[in-house]
Ligand binder design. Structure first.
Ligand SMILES: Cc1cc2nc3c(=O)[nH]c(=O)nc-3n(C[C@H](O)[C@H](O)[C@H](O)COP(=O)(O)OP(=O)(O)OC[C@H]3O[C@@H](n4cnc5c(N)ncnc54)[C@H](O)[C@@H]3O)c2cc1C
Length: 462
């Protein structure tokens, strides 16, 4: 093993850091957390109790080998916690913090060297004796290996938003930081209807109880809802998965899934989708570029809604807001956002193609993950691309990399010692952003970087 620098203070960075601290070595693990509270990131930094995990408590954890830790941790802080609950994300942030603190204390006792830096990394250079990581405060660290755990990129405004709308203060790009306003908006429009939009609507409904809420997306599709209790796995999943692996492209896969559901009307479709989880990365990797493009164009919207479902308590509030007439969902394309506040939003309705203009006092962009590194203003990534140490995925789904996270450089070679984890790997793995995948990837990465290699649990290596 050698000195390692982990860049990114979210859950993925915490998982790699914790896994590396377990190993006995005289080398140093540097964790560059970027200023915000270490371990929280966007997902678990929210203080809003209505922002729930979309994975049951028993499925959440930071390390692969500590299955029930989060449930036990939560039970110490709240009454009646069950493994099947969807708990507030804030609790998971606190759990990460506790887990990392514990590992740091044990590492210190064992003389395992580690260091935290609450600032951003702005540049990485490759030298004959490893990497130099430059921090925003001008310090430079030497490392033999670097792990990029920088998460999702800051959202870029949609192309249809005018400069005046952006400058008006009535267009919000950060859906998790609703602006403080002296006057409550009469109408708030959210662009997007996925999980991020649900968070925004839940927060806005409390913050501005009198506001009319509108959410718009091309299909107007909200995330589907998790069943209140876990469902029985589909008994014929293994043969379905085999059939899916034999398909070429997303369209035959969809036909296969539909046929299976028709032939098994008693089966809950959600168990079929969940049962595909172990093969999703392989299905994605087997698609060529044209098939992936086709998937992104035609299937992604419904796949994301079916795969990343909302917790039942959140769905109930959204339904209640709709029943009360406070929330309206539109299936429409946003053609323009203009004005200086209130903003005029021009929409083309999906069902009849009619153009309408709707006025909103506040428009919040909640269109999901941005992984387009070629267009990013993220200093570190932009410079990595400029220096040829990394290249953008051809579909702008993060960076080009191998499935184990090793980056491909501009020459098309593996860039030795430079790794990524999490959403930067979407182009290679597609599903790599939720905790079950992240903690497995973190363990595998720590194993690869270890001198003798930690054994990988069978469930992960399979
Ligand atoms: C709203 C939301 C809810 C989610 N809910 C769930 C859930 O319930 N269950 C689940 O399993 N998954 C969930 N996810 C998926 C989630 O992406 C992962 O669980 C996890 O939080 C991702 O962590 P990350 O560290 O990869 O990214 P992030 O959380 O984005 O963290 C990256 C961190 O790196 C920092 N950073 C960026 N650039 C630099 C730099 N140059 N130098 C230093 N630091 C830098 C950023 O400031 C940030 O703190 C959710 C995601 C979101 C967005």
């Amino acid at each position: 093993m050698a000195d390692i620098a982990i860049i990114g203070g979210g859950a993925a960075g915490a998982a790699v850091f914790g896994a590396l601290l377990q190993q006995d070595s005289t080398d140093t693990v540097h964790w560059i957390t970027g200023g915000s509270k270490a371990g929280r990131g966007i997902a678990y930094g929210t203080p809003d109790e209505r922002h729930l995990l979309n994975v049951r408590a028993s499925g959440m954890g930071l390390y692969v080998d500590h299955g029930e830790d989060f449930v036990q941790h939560s039970a110490r802080h709240r009454a009646d916690v069950r493994g099947t609950d969807f708990l507030p994300r804030r609790l998971f942030g606190e759990f990460i913090d506790a887990q990392v603190q514990e590992r740091m204390a044990s590492a210190t006792q064992r003389g395992r060297c580690h260091a935290l830096y609450a600032e951003e990394a702005v540049h990485i250079t490759s030298r004959a004796d490893g990497y130099r990581v430059q921090l925003a405060g001008h310090a430079t660290l030497r490392a033999d290996a670097v792990v990029l755990a920088v998460g999702t990129l800051s959202p870029r405004p949609l192309r249809t938003v005018s400069a005046s709308a952006l400058a008006s203060g009535a267009y919000e790009l950060d859906p998790w930081n609703l602006p403080q306003r002296t006057q409550a908006p009469r109408r708030l429009m959210v662009i997007g209807t996925g999980l991020t939009a649900v968070d925004t609507l839940l927060s806005a409904s409390i913050r501005w109880p009198e506001a009319e809420l509108v959410a718009v997306s091309r299909h107007g599709q909200l995330p589907f809802v998790h069943p209140a209790l876990p469902i029985t796995p589909f008994p014929e999943q293994a043969s379905l998965n085999e059939a899916l692996l034999a398909c070429s492209g997303a369209a035959p896969m969809l036909r296969q899934i539909r046929a299976t559901l028709r032939n098994h009307p008693q089966c809950d479709w959600r168990s079929v989708i969940d049962g595909m989880r172990p093969i999703n990365a392989v299905l994605w990797q087997r698609m060529d570029l044209a098939q992936r493009r086709q998937f992104l164009r035609s299937v992604r919207w419904i796949w994301e809604s079916a795969r990343h479902r909302v917790a039942p308590p959140s769905a109930e509030i959204i339904q209640q807001l709709r029943d009360e007439g406070r929330l309206h969902i539109h299936a429409a394309r946003v053609l323009g956002v203009d004005g200086q506040g209130p903003l005029d939003v021009t929409l083309r309705t999906r069902s009849n193609q009619i153009l309408t203009t709707m006025q909103a006092d506040l428009v919040v962009q909640a269109t999901g993950l941005d992984t387009a590194v070629a267009f990013t203003q993220h200093t570190l990534l932009a410079r990595l691309l400029e220096d040829g140490l990394a290249v953008a995925d051809p579909l702008q789904l993060g960076v080009s990399a191998l499935p184990d996270g090793r980056l491909i450089n501009a020459r098309g070679d593996v860039q030795p010692g430079l790794y990524a984890i999490g959403s930067l790997l979407r182009g290679n793995l597609w599903e790599c952003t939720a905790m079950p995948e992240i903690r497995a990837a973190a363990h595998a990465m720590a194993t690869a970087l270890a001198p003798n290699g930690l054994p990988l649990p069978a469930a992960i290596s399979a």
